[in-house]
Each structure stands twice: as C-alpha cells, then as structure tokens.
Unconditional design. Sequence first.
Length: 666
Amino acid sequence: MNTDADKISCLKSIELFKDLKEDELQKIAETLTEKVYPPNTVILREGATGDTMFFIKEGVVEVKRKEPYLGANLTVTILGKGECFGEMALLNENPRSATVLVATQPTVLLCIYKQAFNDLLVKYPSIAIHLNRVLAGRIEEANAQRGLDFVFISRLKLDPNILLLIPEQVVASHKVLPISYSHNTLRLAMVNPNNLLAIDEVRKFVKGVAIEPVVMAEEDLTRFMANEYPTIVGKESKETLFTRQVPFGGIDSLKADILKDIDLQEDLEGDAGVTDLEQEAQAAPMIRLANTIIGMATKKEASDIHIEPMEKAVRIRFRIDGLLREEMILPKKVQLPLMSRIKIMSRLDITERRLPQDGRTTLKVNDKSIDFRVSSIPTKCGEKIVTRILDKTNTILGLEKLITDQDVLTLVREMIRRPYGIIYVTGPTGSGKSTTLYSALSELNSPDVNISTVEDPIEYDIAGINQVQVNPDIGLDFARVLRAFLRQDPDIILVGETRDTETAKIAVEAALTGHLVFTTLHANDAPSAFMRLMEMGIEPFLISTSVIGVIAQRLVRKICPTCKEPFRADSTTTHFLQLPDNIELYRSVGCDTCGFTGYKGRIGVYEVLSVNDKIRHLVAEGSDTQVIWEEAIKNGMKTLRDYCISLLQEGLTTVDEVLRTVAIQP
C-alpha cells in the first residue's frame, strides 16, 4: 500500500472525515505529515504555541493538565486510534491547554498544520459539524473520568430562590452558579470545578449543606449573566425571599467556621426551670442554635439581633453598620424553643407571651464580657425578640476620633469646658449619642472633678466616674437618681436620656445651680431641641438661661477604602447638593474586604448649635424653630447637610448614603 493510500485508509476511520468522498480524502491526505513517536515521549507541552492538529493512526496518547489548586498533573482523557487532538489551539489561537504524552507503546500520528486546517474548514463544512461533536464528547468523557457532569445553563429551568443564595458579585468573580438544591445538597455549576477557593467562598453564604460541583462553559455563564439572570432574579418577590429556608437538618453546622474560635459561655447563675418548654429550650440543639446566632452577630460586629416570627418561618436579621441584613431563615418549629432559650438567658418570663418584656444578660466571648439588652413584643405570628449588643471593649472613645471637622471639634470642646449649664445631644436611636457623651466625659475626667452618671443601661465602664444603673422595678428611675446626685456634691452629671418632664426639669435645675449637665434628647436637628423641651413643659426662660448648646448627630456608613472608585457627579446631583459642577466624588463597588457591600464602618455627622445672646433671646420668647435655625446659620452653625458635603468631598462616604441618612433640603 502506497503512503497516500495508507493515509486515506486512516482518514476513513476518523469521525471528522467519514462523510467525505474518495477524491476529497486524496486531497487531504496530500496535506498530512506522518510522524512516529516512541513510548513515554512528550508530543506537546502545556503552554506551547498551537500550530498543529494530530490524528492517531496507531497507538495511544494520554492528555494531562496541570491543576493549579491541587498542584498536580491530572489525566484529562486517553485517546486511541482514529481520534484527534490539538484542535482547540488551532481554533482559539491560544497556547496549548494540556500536555500530551505517548502512553506505553509506539504511536504513529498524522499531522496537519494551521493553514491547511483552516482551508479544510472552509472547503468542507461537514468537518466543522463533526468537530463540534468531537469536542462535546471530549468534554463529557473528561468530566465522567473526574466524576463530574457537564451542564448547559441555557437548558436549565433555574429557581430564583436558589440563584440568590450566592451574591451576584461572587458568581461573577469566581465563575460559579448555584443551579439546584435537594436532599441537603447544593448543585454548583463551575467553570473550574477544582477551584477550591471558589467553593470556600460559596460556603460563607451556604452552610450546613453538601456542595456537588458540575462543569459549565465560561461562554455559557457569561451569556446567561448578561441576558437571563437579571430577568429571573427580578421576578422574585420579597415574600418569596422571606420564606426561603435553610434545611433544619444542617442547622448545627450552620456558620460553624464563625464559631470555631469563639468560646461562648453564659454568665448566669441558678437553675433554668422545670417546665416542658424550659427543658426543650435547654436541650443541646437549641443551646447550639442560640449560641450560633449570638456568635455570628458578635463576630460580624452587629449592633442588634432581630429574631422575627413569620407565618411559616422564623427570620434572623443583624443590624451591621446601621443597616439590617438577613442572615438566615429557620423552620417555624424552632420558634417557641428558640424564643424561650433567649428569654431564659435574659431572665424573662417564658410563660408570658402577651405583654412586652425587657431583660438583659452578659455573655463571655473569648474572655470578653459583652452585655445584651433583650426586648420582646407580641406580634400576630408570635413574639419578636430584638437584642441590642453592647460590646464595651469594641468602642472608640475620644472626640478627635469621632469628629473629623476641626472647626466643629474646637466648638464642641469649648462648650464642654463651660463650668455650668446643660448640653443636649440629639438624634435618632443608634446614632451614636452615648459614644459622643462618653467621649466628652473622658476628656473631662480627672481626680479633682466629681462626675456622676445615671443610665439605662450602663453602656461603657470608665474608671473614676460614679455610674448608676436605673431599676424601675424598685422605683429607682432617672428623676430619683438625679435628685440624689444633687446631694452628692457633683461637678458634672450625665443623664442617659431625658424621657419625661420630671427628669427634664431636674436636669435644668441642676444646670442653673452650678453643675455641668450632659443628656440626650430625641429631636430631628439642633434647633428643634428647644421646641421639644417646650413641648415637655419646660418654661422657655429656663431653657434659654440653662442651655449651653445642642449637638445633633447621625451616623453614615464609611465607603470601603479598598474598592471605592472616583466618578464625576452629574448635574442633577451637584444641583441638589449645591456642589461645584463636575466635582469628583466616590462611589462604592464591593469587594471581599467589605463583604461586597461597598462600606466598612461608620462615621459621625454633626450639627453643633452654640447658644449666643441672640439665640438665647429668641428661645426665651418661644420663637419658631425656623427662626432659631436661621439665626444659628448666621452665627456660623455648620448644618448636617454641610457636614455631609465635607465627608463627600473627602471621599469618606457616598451620595446614596448621605441621602439615605440625612434629610437634605435642596
């Protein structure tokens, strides 16, 4: 048999050429070069230039690929007579993606070079069709050897509940996609199924379940994310989200990586009780579940835990950096024992579910005591419990660390150095009022000054200061403690909150009799504090003569310094905020450092009104808030809006965050 006839015979056994005629095979055979390789010879190396395709005439070859996550060469597939390899490098013009070895026996290959290969695809379209079949079969065979399936995303009917288990940023960065869930197993489509880092990242969001990797094409994922993903996810309603459940069978291991370094011990004394509900609440699974939730919250530096009963589930949310985030959805059957467990820990009555209750407990986390204030309230679906976390060791005190504007900082320090009078700090719940007050006390604390505080609860321990915890159950309220302070020779008094008229009057009287008084008040801004006091029944002339100043504050989230990016503000934004045209501001993007939220930590926004003679006169006359506000502006007061704009220009926060937190008048 002559050489060309030998080649034609070989071509007839190859899938790509079986439909071609004899004369066509003759022309192809003329382009082929025959090469013989001894056993254990490397034919191609991974990363080499791709300019040749090979057909196996005789022998066997082994295709290997280096897996960077495993640090080893793994066999992708084994090819025999009549099969081909090397076509991918010719198609995509990329370096070789695998190493090819001759396995154990001499091998004869027919080689076709790039230009001839391109001519074949143009002249014979049937070759291109057969080539697609070969590539699909190669992928399926390789995945079968590795124990993995290959999926086409476009052919799947995907559940939006499953897709939303993993944030879109993680899907894009790690090229993974959750496609189904059953029998406590999450099926995860991956471009690189050996990417262990991607699987670890997924486990941060989906715990207590097994992960089964399958393979998908990167082009398939890219097309799906651009076209179908926004539509599928957009159809999901909030109600659907709220009823998504984590399987109860895996709850003990949920968030186990967060708890592994936390030694959670209850700082309680005495027997828990003997009722059936108490015994269920004290069972090991409920203790682990409650400890898991608390451990997660403290690890993530949450300020509050919300345990919320719904019609068919129990939702757990954490407030982190001022915003609530859903952490997990639990089955309805854990509601009563979980609520009872939390109530036992905080010494509440587990048999009373019709009335609101307040309690507190102290837990030790890594030898660090953390206080928890627990509040329960009845709702139509059962009791809702909110727990405020007071980590005294995680608080930064010091006015210079809170107030970034130097002019405002100087004004506040001038106010707190006055010998007598009253300073009000206003703002909504959770706006950092207590931290500001304690920072002021820390600067004034010295051996020659008697400082006393009355609080509910005592949030920070400061050496050298006399701190009193109110106890309404025995009649020890703010007013009673404040009257007792006046007989204790005080220099400085802190009242945790001005809640009622009696407390407000005693605080004003203390300021008028030569004491420096700090307290908090609920008001929208600094000028509104005077009207709030008048509504509480304090005479205007008493307010005008006692008040040194008012500090209004908010907390906005700080933009993550790792992933923030600059942009030119549009005309609508600059006009609304009264900023220069084309000013460069910053926006959040999201990264691993900030948990893909775009924000890390919070920073204060301050509005400080220092009372001068003109404002004192307006207050004594009972003037409207707007009149006082205009006079304060003339006196140089920097408003909440002005302070926010300074933070924007310094790149410390975003426009969205400012508009979310502070009411700005255009």
